[in-house]
Design a protein around this ligand. Structure first.
Ligand SMILES: Nc1ncnc2c1ncn2[C@@H]1O[C@H](COP(=O)(O)OP(=O)(O)OP(=O)(O)O)[C@@H](O)[C@H]1O
Ligand SMILES: [Mg+2]
Length: 507
């Protein structure tokens, strides 16, 4: 079969790192090609090169067997290559149609031809079986629907090659299946898809071909029928496939966090967290399951202090912190991993050692008397780099120079190493490779043994079930189920999260 894309001998150097070292990747027309590799292996860099966002230092790019030069995403789009980024790029306050046509509006006598745009949108969505409602506001859509809009946006521009960088990280199992169905339809219609994912069982289910990258080099191109998840993990990182296990209960009677009748309103005065009550004890991990957009974000924000509740109370070891500042909460022993590492967790242009001090700068090792201690901050960062295996040439590089997974490891490392009493972790292993994930689970488990109380929010249902002592399900702002993780599967949990199982329980 003919190749849609061929990357030959691609090399890309950054200061102190060779991100891509003579990489080869050939994608046949009409196939789903997965690219796997550990954090920092060079996957996103390779995709950015193919999408014209970064020029390679060496190497050749061929599209439909002709050599091309890409100096911008515009060039890539022109050649039928589209990319869906992991962070959604849609404008919340615009409709589906406005988002899709943004930047490529069809014009008729100087004005936007909305009829033509609508017709084209409907054609694209029908041709690929991607159902969307053109007039819906994007902010009202669920995550899976937003992703469909992103994919349609790319197809609307005529893409025949789609790059999806970690598209399943934010989806529940039901949504992953819907995405995979869409991918199969796209493939049947002749599109080629390049797809990055750290969940190896998903890769084996959907991919026609798998290319494994290790430390910037192509190490293998295999067929899913010829390998197991175990083989893939070994090719990637040379380590075993981990599975999260809570082990023996360490739950005490000592209440660390108490949430009582908590209600949070959004800007339109709707209750996005609606009369929620629960407790987390020392030594306990309480997991919260829910499709994004059901109030988990607002609940966490109220607990960490970036959102103020309308009513109800939050207490930490008996002290009312409902209206305490973020700084006061941190000093009382709260640590958190934010939902969106790009917006809240990192100063992308600041060096790593400044990032580790972020939020902790009022306490040792970051202070010496009243002064900020740079030496202490650098030492702590070096220690986190070692303990959490943050792959970086040194601690002076800016945070944006780390790969997605390594940014996440830095954030986790700085929070866990602050020895908190309450740890609020939103998607702690999102985007982290299988080897590093095992290490993170081990760290959380060890801290739990020492009495740490953890509130875990995760879209990875195996992680949620495997680590938690109790799982709460949030739907439309309310806790709709309290489940024993020993008795449920990810599929069951997905049913509760989408509201399918709740009515059964109630009836
Ligand atoms: N703009 C940049 N400046 C400096 N170094 C960079 C830059 N972008 C990437 N790198 C480095 O290139 C290497 C490859 O990064 P890349 O983002 O491609 O990894 P990845 O395979 O996508 O990893 P992940 O699974 O964590 O997303 C890493 O060592 C990273 O630190
Ligand atoms: Mg990446």
């Amino acid at each position: 079969m003919a190749n849609a894309i061929e990357l030959i001998g691609i090399t890309k150097r950054f200061p102190g790192v060779i991100a891509n070292d003579n990489v080869n990747l050939a994608v046949e027309r009409g196939e789903i090609h997965a690219v796997c590799g550990e954090n920092g292996a060079g996957k996103s860099t390779l995709m950015k090169i193919l999408y014209g966002m970064q020029p390679p230092d060496e190497g050749t790019i061929k599209v439909n067997d002709s050599e091309v030069k890409l100096s911008s995403p515009g060039d890539a789009i022109e050649l039928g290559i589209g990319m869906v980024h992991q962070h959604f790029m849609l404008a919340d306050n615009l409709t589906v149609m406005e988002n899709v046509i943004l930047g490529s509006e069809p014009m008729k006598r100087g004005i936007i031809d909305l009829d033509a745009a609508r017709q084209h949108l409907v054609e694209v969505s029908e041709a690929y079986g991607l159902t969307v409602h053109p007039d819906d506001l994007v902010e009202t859509l669920e995550v899976g629907e937003r992703q469909r809009v992103e994919i349609i946006k790319v197809l609307y521009r005529g893409a025949e090659v789609l790059i999806l960088d970690e598209p399943t990280a934010v989806l529940v199992p039901q949504e992953v299946e819907a995405l995979f169905d869409n991918m199969r339809d796209l493939k049947a219609a002749g599109a080629s898809i390049i797809f990055i994912d750290h969940k190896l069982d998903e890769v084996l289910e959907i991919a026609d071909t798998i290319t494994v990258i290790r430390q910037g080099r192509t190490v293998a191109t295999v067929k899913p029928d010829d390998v197991t998840a175990h083989d893939l993990a070994e090719l990637m990182v040379g380590s075993e496939l981990p599975s999260p296990q809570a082990g023996e209960s360490t739950v005490t009677d000592d209440v660390a966090l108490r949430i009582d009748s908590l209600t949070v309103h959004d800007a339109d005065e709707r209750s996005v967290v609606d009369d929620v009550s629960f407790e987390v004890r020392r030594g306990e991990i309480v997991g919260i399951a829910g499709v994004e957009g059901n109030g988990q974000t607002e609940l966490i924000n109220a607990i960490i202090g970036t959102d103020s509740p309308r009513s109800g109370t939050i207490s930490l070891f008996g002290a009312d912190i409902t209206h305490a500042s973020v700084g006061k909460r941190r000093e009382a022993g709260l640590a958190y991993v934010p939902q969106d590492r790009h917006q809240e967790g990192l100063l992308l242009d600041a060096p790593l050692w400044e990032n580790t001090a972020l939020g902790h700068h009022t306490r040792p090792p970051f202070t010496k008397g009243i002064w900020f201690d740079r030496v202490g901050a650098r030492e702590r960062t070096e220690q986190i780099r070692r303990d959490f295996d943050v792959r970086t040439p040194n601690v002076e590089v800016p945070a944006h120079a780390l790969s997605g997974g390594n940014q996440q490891k830095l954030i986790l490392g700085k929070e866990i190493s602050s020895h908190p009493k309450l740890f609020v972790a939103a998607h702690p292993t999102r985007g982290i490779d299988v080897g590093a994930q095992a290490a993170v689970w081990q760290d959380i488990r060890e801290a739990r043994f020492d009495g740490l109380a953890t509130l875990l929010i995760s879209a990875d249902l195996e992680e949620l079930i495997g680590l938690s002592d109790t799982v709460l399900v949030m739907l439309r702002g309310k806790i709709v189920a309290t489940l024993d993780p020993a008795e449920i599967t990810p599929r069951d949990l997905g049913a509760y999260m989408t509201g399918v199982a709740v009515s059964e329980e109630a009836s």
